[in-house]
Design a protein around this ligand. Structure first.
Ligand SMILES: [Zn+2]
Length: 430
């Protein structure tokens, strides 16, 4: 293999030394050289004129559905969808069947990913056995098997004593806990955000407090134990305020939001659109504004997709019984570029920090930077391309997107993952 040579890119690289116009030489899975001009020497040349090169995006929260739900997604299809979205590393949540609460499931996912994956896959293990919120999973064994973090995502750890113990053990094992913040008592069977639209549509509401009290609990427990915690998919103004105040007190909390929480509101549920059913639910304009402000001031460190593909059969049903989730890999960058960069909330440099550098730092992995000798994880985007999202063309098995038909700006063109060209001109080529 002679490697790849990217010519004439504009390099945006918040954590790297090299920025600006330049060429990138890839050889043997690593970046061999970055310089203003590199002569080709038999490599495959990618002409990146008019394109912007970013470190490969890092998604710290997705669902690949394997093992157990291969009709929704597999590691093969999910990682190809991730690559098409510009992601070169993804951390997959453990709510599979069986759940990733034993080392053998972690080992299975890593083996499958090595054999069939298009991008790097880092499995997240369970906090509790079978995600039942009662007994702790074997954290040390999960860590030893290769779990990058632990979470019961999809389910909250409702019992505060269990979470308190989990944080103590996680501290001693040096592993990150990611909390899905949802108080089941406050959710009380609700299916969408409480407000104007839930009233109009006659759907059972979920108070924002269901998320916020759990965010408050996690920050207080982390403070009391002087340990880290990461909050998944923050969606409300109040949750942003709780995290901001905890950070100001020096609590070791980090947090993520997802593109749908700054790109859509509960008005998307109008017409009982089950593709807009997600957990936590889509909120209001005020929450969207608060999430954007929290991304800008650093209260929210990361943007994760919460890619949650579903089969049509789980969505083509009544709203009350439809599955929660949005197929998010293939729209994340465009939605973020359109709603954050084009609108002046973030610079592209800041967006890359939240979609690549910070997720890598929170997970404690390499990546999120373009540097000589570093992983050849590179995405090339066209900042000027406008297009309409077409869910039917997703590589993911999940076509469930409330953004089908939405006009966006900024498109992923090429993705190089671990030195391999995975996506060329928007098409998956591996
Ligand atoms: Zn979740």
């Amino acid at each position: 293999m002679n490697g790849l040579l990217i010519k004439n890119a504009l390099i945006v690289n918040p954590k790297g030394k090299y920025k600006g116009a330049g060429d990138i030489l890839v050889r043997g899975g690593v970046i061999a050289r970055i310089a203003p001009s590199i002569e080709s020497n038999g490599e495959t040349v990618i002409d990146a004129s008019g394109l912007t090169a970013l470190p490969g995006l890092v998604d710290m929260h997705c669902h690949l559905r394997e093992p157990g739900f291969e009709y929704k997604e597999t590691i093969a299809t999910g990682t190809r969808a991730a690559a098409r979205g510009g992601f070169t590393t993804v951390a997959c949540m453990p709510n599979t069947d069986p759940p990733a609460d034993t080392p053998s499931v972690i080992t299975f996912i890593r083996k499958k990913a090595a054999e069939e994956g298009a991008v790097r896959v880092l499995p997240v293990g369970c906090i509790t056995r079978e995600q039942k919120g009662k007994e702790l999973a074997e954290m040390g064994a999960l860590r030893a098997a290769g779990a990058v973090a632990l979470s019961d995502d999809g389910m909250p750890v409702a019992d505060s004593h269990v979470m308190h113990m989990a944080l103590r053990y996680a501290r001693s094992f040096g592993i990150l806990l990611i909390s899905h913040c949802e108080d089941p008592g406050l959710v009380n069977g609700g299916v969408m955000n409480e407000g104007y639209w839930s009233t109009l549509l006659g759907l059972k509401p979920i108070t924002r407090a269901a998320e916020e009290v759990m965010v408050a609990r996690e920050t207080l427990l982390a403070q009391a134990l002087d340990t880290r915690v990461h909050i998944a998919h923050v969606s409300t103004e109040g949750a942003c305020a709780v995290i901001r105040s905890a950070k100001a007190r020096g609590v070791k909390v980090t947090a993520e939001t997802c593109p749908h929480y700054f790109s859509a509101t509960d008005a998307f549920v109008d017409g009982f659109d089950t593709n807009a059913k997600v957990n936590p639910p889509l909120r209001t304009d005020a929450d969207v504004a608060a999430v954007k402000a929290a991304l800008k001031d650093g209260t929210l460190d990361c943007i994760a997709t919460d890619h949650a593909p579903h089969h049509i059969d789980q969505k083509a049903v009544e709203f009350d019984v439809a599955a929660n989730g949005i197929s998010g890999f293939e729209t994340a960058f465009s939605l973020a570029y359109t709603n954050l960069v084009k609108t002046g909330v973030l610079t592209l440099d800041q967006l890359v920090t939240r979609m690549a550098c910070n997720p890598a730092a929170v997970l404690g992995i390499d990546g999120g930077v373009l540097m000589e000798g570093g992983r050849a994880d590179i995405v090339l985007v066209n900042e000027n391309e406008n297009y309409a999202i077409d869910a039917s063309g997703f590589v993911s098995k999940g076509k469930n997107s409330p953004f089908d038909g939405t006009e966006v700006t900024g498109r992923v063109v090429h993705t190089i993952a671990g030195g391999r060209l995975a996506v060329e001109a928007g098409r998956v080529v591996i």
